[in-house]
Design a protein around this ligand. Structure first.
Ligand code: S3P
Length: 425
């Protein structure tokens, strides 16, 4: 797909529902008794993988025009799947469902696409095995395909070496089936949607700083869930609004959970003009975001903020390329094990556009301010890379071509249409 430089952006958009929250709403709805109605569900390929896995586990899920209805069967109502569960490109589906399957009375096999078959699964295999689950990487490389045989589980206190909401959630979900309390302590706080949503379904779960604690065998009851707009999708418009010379964009109804709002803090620290309007709480905090063009400068991003903006670092790197001075991104080695190696792929592609960028072991050093020029960008079939370079293309001289641009279907099927809607020529 080809892109040109843009000088003006105007208008209002509503980004699709939060990916993390959409996955969880289907999963927890399936484990609850009764009906769960999900409004604002993200109909991206990843969340559709979660729906199809739970259908294979015997859950009826109806997809209406603006509502998904899950007929939950309770904690012990899942059925053995007849076939391999296909998690597609979705790390969240793969890791969270593993925690649930660890507590069932049957064996399941999980597999996904080529990217999923390279993503590290030892991080969930270790704690789930400690709880007593039988979980095996069928190729012996600690990646999917995974065979999980449900077993009686013990509650554990797990000290996680990584700040990962997927690891934390897998252990907490297995904890629903354990013989006692289960806790996870992380090196930094990761997104807390599992804790917030499980609690509203009726679970006894609490957060104590870096530690999340859950009690087993709760009675979960179906409920109505309103999914806020995904701040990770809004991030592309936040960046475009800051970077394009004459821009003013209103993004409506964006989730601003403090465990996810690092992009707002980092962009503001770089000089971005962002105003939060109409703040409210709909189970998760939400706000409208007003973004205006600004002049950005480089900053250092590292430490505890990293888990709160981990998925936004590719587009933050694009902002850094245009910002005056140096931006250092550190403590972000997790970027190497996302849908692609995002340190290598950002460095390769931003260099191709004329940016002075160096990859480091745990991040990137970007000497910003050099004008970018169009180039051929390889998205490596990573949705966040494709969307980040659609933003970079808006400020680059000449034409930019993004290969496999269609991979945005994973998290934001209408992305290019929404972007075009804001472009005023
Ligand atoms: C997610 C957690 C993060 C994030 C991913 C979604 C989740 O992954 O990168 O896009 O929904 O729990 P990690 O847990 O691997 O950091």
């Amino acid at each position: 797909m080809n892109f040109q430089k843009i000088s003006r952006l105007r208008g209002e958009i509503t980004v699709p529902g939060d990916k993390s929250i959409s996955h969880r709403a289907v999963m927890f709805g399936a484990l609850a008794k009764g009906r769960t109605g999900i409004t604002g569900f993200l109909r991206g390929a990843d969340c559709l993988s979660t729906i199809s896995c739970f259908r294979q586990l015997g859950i009826s899920i109806e997809e209406g025009a603006d509502k998904i209805v899950v007929e939950g069967k309770g904690l012990h109502g899942l059925q053995a799947p007849a076939d391999v569960l296909d998690t597609g490109n979705s790390g969240t589906t793969t890791r969270l469902i593993s925690g649930i399957l660890a507590g069932q009375k049957f064996t399941s096999v999980l597999n996904g696409d080529a990217s999923i078959q390279k993503r590290p699964m030892k991080r969930i295999m270790t704690p789930l095995s400690q709880m007593g689950a039988s979980i095996r990487s069928l190729n012996g490389n600690d990646c999917a395909p995974l065979e999980i045989t449900g077993s009686p589980l013990r509650g554990i206190s797990y000290l996680s070496p990584v700040a990962s909401a997927q690891v934390k959630s897998a252990v907490l979900l297995a904890g629903l089936y354990a013989d006692g309390e289960t806790s996870v302590t992380e090196p930094a706080v990761s997104r807390n949607h599992t804790e917030l949503m499980l609690k509203s379904f009726g679970a006894d779960v609490r957060s104590e700083g870096l530690r999340a604690v859950i009690q087993p065998e709760p009675a979960l009851y179906g409920m109505d869930i309103l999914v806020p707009g995904d701040i990770s999708s809004a991030a592309y418009f936040i960046s475009a609004g800051a970077l394009v010379p004459d821009a003013e964009i209103l993004i409506r109804n964006v989730g601003i959970n403090p465990t996810r709002d690092g992009i707002l803090r980092a962009a503001k620290a770089m000089g971005a003009d962002i105003t939060l309007l109409n703040e409210k709480n709909t189970g998760e905090p939400v706000a409208d975001l007003l973004i205006k063009s600004s002049t950005l400068h480089g900053i250092t991003i590292g430490g505890d903020i990293i888990p709160t903006l981990i998925d936004e670092l590719p587009v933050i790197a694009v902002m850094a390329a245009a910002a005056g001075g140096t931006t250092t991104i550190k403590d972000a080695a997790e970027l190497k094990v996302k849908e692609s190696d995002r340190i290598a792929v950002m460095t390769e592609n931003l260099s191709a556009m004329g940016c002075d960028i160096t990859a480091t072991e745990d991040g990137m050093i970007i000497h910003g301010g050099k004008p970018l020029h169009g180039a051929v960008i390889d998205s490596h079939s990573d949705h966040r890379i494709a969307m980040s370079f659609a933003v970079a293309a808006m400020i680059a001289d000449g034409e930019t071509t993004i290969r496999d641009a269609d991979c945005v279907r994973i998290s934001y099927p209408g992305f290019y249409r929404d972007l075009e809607m804001l472009c005023v020529t």
